[in-house]
Design a binder for this molecule. Structure first.
Ligand code: SF4
Ligand code: SF4
Length: 398
């Protein structure tokens, strides 16, 4: 087990300058109507201008070759507070000569408090994938995700889930868990499944005060999730649960491939509302143009500045000697930074989390194999395939 480190970012070498951008996140606004306990964006009334957006779009298409896929995400704050600006930016993207629907994937991540038919139709007509955040049943969700004035947001988010799922049957739902809510993960999965969610992302709050006691709870709690996952398969109604599906894929493929590892600051970039460039949306913070900042699009050239040297792997001694290292996400620089203050040092909790997910995924493969279920679709990296081929997956909004 590794020991948390709390020193400043390392200056070990990392090939920074974007060679070929494949993923770009735009912080449309830093404003938000919620006040989540674990938010890593500082709230401000800033909105990305069309001029900044235009420059960013020119840059990413210029950096993206014709036959490469390009993923563009709208993020916040709450991006749907600025629907008109998003509509303008989508027009800019679609009017770019290099745009093609088969090449460019668009997605938008919302806190689920703003939704209506107009938004649904805009997202659908522009093929924008919709992703929503909900931490679980009302009493769990409201622990971390209340409105700014302290009021519950749970009922509104549940209403959005019910309204949005008919339009977006495979909508990913992201649930963050912290120290207080870890134990309720199985209930969170039950709640989301009961609402009709098929694509569940469970993510630990990476800046929480995780302790050894929490780490010891991971095996039984993730084990309970795995039991549910297995039952879904045995009932012929598999669901996607990232903690399990992603690790099953990695195990069956023999480890993370180079391009599956974090490309932050290299081919994956994030832009703040001001045009400042960051290695990852989770590192924008206050968008002060200093911490983690790699330059500004309005300068004309994005040159690496203070954060130009980002490590690409964890340097914990334990990791270099660990037999699980090929299956472990110890390379996630932003997770490491938020947990330890260094891009290249994994926290003790994240180490335990990785071990537990690898362990339950391995057990899940074994148990499903015993039932003649092979999970071979995970080898191609498409664990969503089963979910996507369930009956009644077409939008029924017409
Ligand atoms: S909804 Fe997102 S941006 Fe808003 S406070 Fe919560 S985590 Fe932060
Ligand atoms: S490689 Fe992963 S599981 Fe192994 S010591 Fe490092 S963080 Fe822990």
């Amino acid at each position: 087990m590794i020991t948390p480190q709390t020193t400043s970012p390392s200056s070990s070498s990392f090939s920074f300058y974007p060679k070929a951008v494949t993923k770009c996140t735009l912080l449309v606004t830093q404003n938000c109507n919620l006040h989540c306990q674990y938010c890593y964006i500082e709230k401000k009334n800033t909105v990305m201008s069309p001029e900044v957006a235009q420059k960013i779009i020119e840059f990413v298409f210029q950096k993206n070759s014709k036959d490469q896929r390009l993923d563009i995400g709208f993020f916040g704050g709450e991006p749907l507070l600025e629907l008109e600006r998003i509509e303008q930016i989508v027009d800019l993207i679609k009017n770019h000569p290099q745009y093609s629907r088969s090449k460019v994937t668009l997605h938008l991540t919302s806190n689920g408090t703003i939704f209506n038919q107009k938004i649904a139709e805009f997202l659908l007509s522009n093929s924008i994938n919709f992703c929503l955040s909900c931490d679980g049943p009302p009493q769990i969700h409201d622990i971390g995700r209340k409105y700014k004035n302290g009021q519950s947001s749970a009922a509104r988010v549940e209403q959005t889930l019910k309204e949005a799922l008919p339009y977006f049957p495979l909508m990913p739902v992201n649930a963050v868990y912290s120290e207080q809510t870890l134990q309720y993960l199985p209930q969170t999965v039950d709640y989301l499944i009961d609402l009709g969610v098929k694509n569940i992302y469970l993510n630990p709050n990476i800046s929480a005060n995780w302790t050894q006691t929490h780490a010891q709870q991971l095996d039984p709690i993730y084990g309970a999730l795995a039991e549910k996952y297995i039952q879904f398969y045995l009932q012929g109604k598999p669901k996607f649960i990232n903690l399990i599906d992603n690790k099953i894929s990695v195990i069956l493929r023999g480890g993370y491939k180079p391009l599956e590892r974090c490309q932050m600051g290299s081919s994956e970039l994030a832009f703040g509302t001001t045009g400042n460039l960051y290695p990852c949306e989770r590192l924008i913070g206050s968008d002060n143009g200093k911490t983690h900042c790699l330059g500004n699009i309005l300068d004309g050239t994005l040159k690496p500045t203070a954060c130009k040297t980002l490590p690409s792997t964890a340097t914990n001694t334990e990791c270099t000697q660990c037999g699980l290292s090929e299956y472990c996400m110890n390379w996630c620089g932003c997770t490491n930074y938020h947990a330890t203050g260094r891009y290249d040092h994994v926290s003790a909790f994240m180490c335990a989390h990785e071990r537990a997910t690898i362990n339950v995924a391995y057990q899940t493969i074994q148990k499903l194999n015993q039932n003649n279920i092979t999970l071979s679709h995970h080898i191609q990296g498409t664990p969503l395939t089963n979910v996507a081929t369930e009956p009644n997956q077409q939008p029924n909004h017409s």
